[in-house]
Design a protein around this ligand. Structure first.
Ligand SMILES: O=C(O)CCCC[C@@H]1SC[C@@H]2NC(=O)N[C@@H]21
Length: 244
C-alpha cells in the first residue's frame, strides 16, 4: 500500500485540508497530521478544540471504491476498530460508542469524523478524521466527558509513535475491506460496543427510556429494545445515552 504522510504545524481542519487535496497517481492512502487546528470540526455542528501539540489531530484519505454505497458505515466501523486495537494495548476499558466515538470507561477518549464522497454510485473518497486526546489534562467546560491517555496512564505518550501505530492498524483493517471480509469488521465492531449488555437509559425525541442494545444495522442505524419488547431504530443524533 502506497502511503503518503504530511505534517502541518497548523491548519484549519485536517479533514478540510484533505477535501481539497489531489493525491498523486498510485497514492492509496494519505495521512495529514496537524499540531494545531484553528477550526477543527466535530460531529454535526460541533467544533473540536485541542491545545497545540498535545493531542493527535489527523485525517486519513482512502479510496474504497469497492465498498458499496449502502455499506459505507463499514468504513466508520473499520476506523474505530483500528483505533481500539491500538489503544487497548495501553489500557483496559476501551469500547466503541455508537456510532464511532472511542470511549474509556464512561469517558470520551477519541472522536472521529468520516466524510465520504460518492461518484457514479461508488465511494470515491473517504476522509477519516481522528481527534485523540493524548497529553492534554484540562478541557474546556462543556466538552463531552473528555479524558486523555495521560490521565488514564499517568505518563505522557509520544504522539508520533502513536500515529504510526494507528496508521499500521488502519492498514491492517483496510486489508479486510480490500478482501471484502466485511463480516470480520462488523463482528469486531459489535463485540467492542459500549454498554452492549443489559438495559441503560437513553433519551430520544420523546424523552428518557430504558433500552437494551440489539444491534447496529449495516447502514449504521442503532436498534434498541425497550422494556416492553418494542424495537426502536435510530439514525445518528436521534438518540443519546444518559449516563447513569
Ligand atoms: O465530534 C467528534 O467526536 C468528532 C471529532 C473529530 C475531530 C478530528 S481532529 C482531526 C480531524 N479534523 C477535523 O477537523 N476533525 C477531525
Amino acid at each position: 500500500m502506497n502511503i503518503r504522510a504530511i505534517h502541518l504545524k497548523e491548519t484549519d481542519s485536517t479533514n478540510r485540508w484533505l477535501a481539497d487535496y489531489t493525491p498523486a497517481s498510485g497514492e492509496d492512502m494519505t495521512v495529514v497530521v496537524a499540531d494545531y487546528q484553528t477550526a477543527g470540526k466535530g460531529q454535526g455542528t460541533n467544533t473540536w478544540e485541542s491545545e497545540v501539540g498535545k493531542n493527535l489531530l489527523f485525517s486519513i484519505l482512502i479510496h474504497p471504491t469497492m465498498v458499496p454505497v449502502a455499506r459505507q458505515f463499514l468504513l466508520s466501523e473499520m476506523g474505530a476498530v483500528a483505533i481500539k486495537s491500538v489503544l487497548e494495548k495501553y489500557t483496559d476499558g476501551i469500547t466503541l460508542k455508537w456510532p464511532n466515538d472511542v470511549y474509556w470507561k464512561d469517558k470520551k477518549l477519541c472522536g472521529t469524523l468520516i466524510q465520504t464522497s460518492i461518484a457514479q454510485h461508488h465511494i470515491k473518497n473517504c476522509i477519516f478524521g481522528i481527534g485523540l486526546n493524548v497529553n492534554q489534562t484540562e478541557f474546556r467546560s462543556g466538552a463531552p466527558n473528555p479524558v486523555s491517555l495521560v490521565q488514564i496512564l499517568g505518563y505522557e505518550l509520544d504522539c508520533e509513535e502513536l500515529l504510526l501505530e494507528i496508521v499500521e492498524a488502519f492498514k491492517k483493517t483496510m486489508e479486510l475491506v480490500l478482501r471484502a471480509d466485511y463480516n470480520s469488521i462488523v463482528a469486531l465492531y459489535h463485540s467492542a460496543l459500549y454498554r452492549s449488555h443489559g438495559f441503560h437509559i437513553y433519551r430520544d425525541a420523546y424523552g428518557e427510556f430504558e433500552g437494551a442494545l440489539v444491534e447496529v444495522e449495516d447502514d449504521g442505524h442503532l436498534i434498541l429494545r425497550d422494556r416492553k419488547g418494542v424495537m426502536h431504530s435510530y439514525a445518528f443524533k436521534e438518540v443519546q445515552f444518559v449516563l447513569d
